[in-house]
Design a protein around this ligand. Structure first.
Ligand code: RI2
Length: 309
């Protein structure tokens, strides 16, 4: 798929989910780089920077996107010759994609260990990482049933219930506002994330923080499944994660909205759940309390205090 088509599909959420966005972006960047004709090194680097920018502008919250794109761009930026710049693209792209698939498998194994026997689970949105943990726990005979939310306005819950259904898992489909009503039955909330900040806050699909609040009230533990490339290094320097606000027509049809002159429709796609509300973040390197997010950023993403200037 061309770079432009990939960017369009990510923006329109035809390609969605933090990990898939990252893998698709890397693939598109790789193909684009390989397809560039004879160019001088500076022109090649400029074309690649523009391509990276186009991809990065598609969805601002999922930090998997800049983390993945930067892995490929690092080789391009550091190259001294055009041959070197070109040669590094495919190996770095393939390595990222391979690692991200392996990470998912590892997270499923580790996450399943933290799911209790005969568990009633709840999940929100559609996270490959969260679903992988649930399916692995189900394979081990530990899952009684799952409650999955609808996920207004884009209804990603439909993808989740299909995946759970196909895996043979007994699933209850509820509206987002039903989460607290059912929370007392839930043994563990299992969710994914689009970004984890240095202080262990989790940025995930809008509504996650309300559900986590209900979980805290009911003393239901919260487990987040996150590949290490979803940790946000720049939050070390106090940068905030930008929360994407999407087209309001996703929430209310334009003709209806047009009649309501005093009404403003708002459509933030994500919210922030503080570290206090989270018990465990399962990464491919192991399960950590949210307070250990910095260790992941330092040891696995290679950012340390010297980067903070
Ligand atoms: P995986 C999704 O965002 C959801 O917020 C989900 O929890 C997160 O990405 C992680 O997904 P969106 O693309 O990488 O639906 O675990 O806005 O699949």
């Amino acid at each position: 798929m061309s770079l432009e088509d990939t960017a369009k599909k990510i923006k329109a959420m035809e390609i969605r989910g933090a990990a898939l966005i990252a893998r698709s972006a890397v693939e598109a960047l790789c193909e684009y780089g390989e397809g560039l004709g004879e160019l001088a090194l500076t022109d090649f680097k400029e074309a690649m920077e523009n391509a990276a920018e186009l991809l990065l502008a598609t969805r601002p919250t999922a930090v998997s996107l800049p983390n993945a794109v930067n892995i490929v761009m690092k080789g391009v930026r550091n190259a001294d010759t055009i041959a070197e710049a070109r040669a590094g693209i495919r190996p770095s792209s393939e390595k990222f994609i391979r690692n991200s698939k392996d990470a998912l498998q590892k997270i499923a194994e580790i996450g399943a260990r933290h799911i209790p026997e005969d568990a009633t689970l709840m999940t929100h949105c559609n996270s490959q990482a969260a679903i992988a943990c649930i399916i692995e726990a189900h394979r081990q005979g530990k899952v009684r049933e799952v409650f999955a939310t609808e996920v207004r306005p884009r209804n990603q819950g439909l993808l989740t219930i299909r995946a759970l259904n196909d895996a043979g898992i007994k699933t209850n489909f509820i509206v987002d506002s039903g989460a607290r009503f059912f929370m007392k039955k839930i043994d563990l909330l299992v969710i994914g994330t689009d970004a984890v900040t240095v202080n262990g806050a989790v940025v995930n699909k809008i509504g996650t923080s309300q559900i986590a609040l209900a979980a805290r009230e009911a003393r239901t533990p919260v487990m987040v499944a996150a590949e290490t490339f979803k940790f946000a290094p720049r939050t070390i320097t106090g940068d905030l994660i930008e929360i994407e606000e999407r087209d309001t027509a996703e929430v209310l049809d334009r003709p209806i909205a047009a009649q309501l002159e005093n009404v403003t429709v708002r459509n933030p796609a994500f919210d922030v759940t503080p570290a206090d509300f989270i018990d465990l973040i399962v990464t491919e390197k192991g399960a950590i309390p949210p307070e250990m997010a910095y260790i992941i950023i330092r040891d696995h993403l290679g950012w340390n205090l010297e980067d903070i200037r």
